[in-house]
Design a protein around this ligand. Sequence first.
Ligand SMILES: [Ca+2]
Ligand SMILES: [Ca+2]
Length: 87
Amino acid sequence: MVLGDMDGDGHLDAVTKDQGTAVVRIFYGDGSGKSFVESSAGLPNSEVGDFSMAWHDVGDVDGNGNLDIVIVSGGDAVKNDLQVLVR
Ligand SMILES: [Ca+2]
Ligand SMILES: [Ca+2]
C-alpha cells in the first residue's frame, strides 16, 4: 500500500493491490484518517497483467500535477513489466 493525494482534495488516499492478483484499487480518504471510500473509477487499465505485481508507487510522472500510479510487475525472473497509470 502507498499513500498519496490521488484526487487533489488535500487528504491522503491509499493505493493498494489485491493480494495475488494485479488489480489496483484506490481508497479515498476524507481527512479524518478513519474513513476511506473505495473506487476504481479512472482506473480502466487496473488489470495490468497475468502475474502478480511486485511493486507499486505513486508520483507525478507526466508533470501535470496529478499523481500517477507506477507498477513494476514481477513473477518472471527474466521479464519484468513497467506500467504507468497516468491520471
Ligand atoms: Ca485525496
Ligand atoms: Ca500526472
